[in-house]
Design a binder for this molecule. Structure first.
Ligand SMILES: [Fe+2]
Ligand SMILES: [Fe+2]
Length: 159
C-alpha cells in the first residue's frame, strides 16, 4: 500500500482512500487471474505474493480506515451500529478469510486455497464499492475541512 509523507497531510483523506481502493482493485484482478491457473500453472511464489498483499497492504488500508476515519465519522453516525459497524464486521471477515487462505497455501491445498481466495476477492471488492458509494458519500456530507485534515494527519502515520 502506498505510504504518505508529511506533504500529503493537505490531501482529502476520502480521495486518498478512494485511490487506495483503485490500487486494491488492480491487485485483486491480477490475483483473480493467478487463482484461475490453479492447480496446473501456478507457483508458490505467486500465491505467497497474494497472501503477503492481503496480510500487509490490505491490513494497512483497514487500519487507516479504522484508526483515522471511523472514529471521527463515528461522532456523527455512531460506531456500534449502522454502516461503520457493518464495515468493521466485513474487515474482520476479510481478516479471517486471509488467515484461511494463508493456511491452505502453507499445506499446499491449492484447490481450497483457490476457493478461499475467490471468496475473499469477492467480499473485498463489494466492501470497497460500498465504502465508495455509501460511506464516503456520508463522510463527504458530514465532515468539515478541519476534521478531514485531522484524519489525513493520522493516516500518514499508519504504515
Ligand atoms: Fe474498509
Ligand atoms: Fe476501504
Amino acid at each position: 500500500m502506498k505510504t504518505y509523507t508529511e506533504n500529503d497531510i493537505k490531501l482529502n483523506p476520502l480521495e486518498a482512500l478512494r485511490e487506495e481502493h483503485t490500487e486494491m482493485r488492480t491487485a485483486l484482478s491480477k490475483f483473480e487471474n493467478i487463482l484461475k491457473k490453479i492447480p496446473a500453472g501456478v507457483s508458490d511464489s505467486e500465491l505467497n505474493e497474494i497472501s503477503e498483499y492481503l496480510n500487509k497492504d490490505v491490513e494497512v488500508h483497514f487500519k487507516r480506515e479504522e484508526d483515522a476515519l471511523f472514529p471521527v465519522l463515528g461522532n456523527y453516525i455512531g460506531i456500534e451500529t449502522g454502516p461503520i459497524n457493518v464495515m468493521l464486521i466485513e474487515h474482520n471477515s476479510c481478516r479471517e478469510l486471509t488467515g484461511d487462505l494463508r493456511k491452505r497455501i502453507e499445506v499446499k491445498d491449492y484447490k481450497s486455497a483457490a476457493s478461499a481466495g475467490k471468496a475473499l476477492i469477492e467480499l473485498l471488492s463489494e466492501h470497497e464499492d460500498k465504502e465508495d458509494v455509501i460511506l464516503f458519500q456520508i463522510a463527504e456530507m458530514q465532515l468539515g475541512n478541519d476534521e478531514k485534515q485531522d484524519i489525513m494527519k493520522k493516516m500518514v502515520t499508519i504504515n
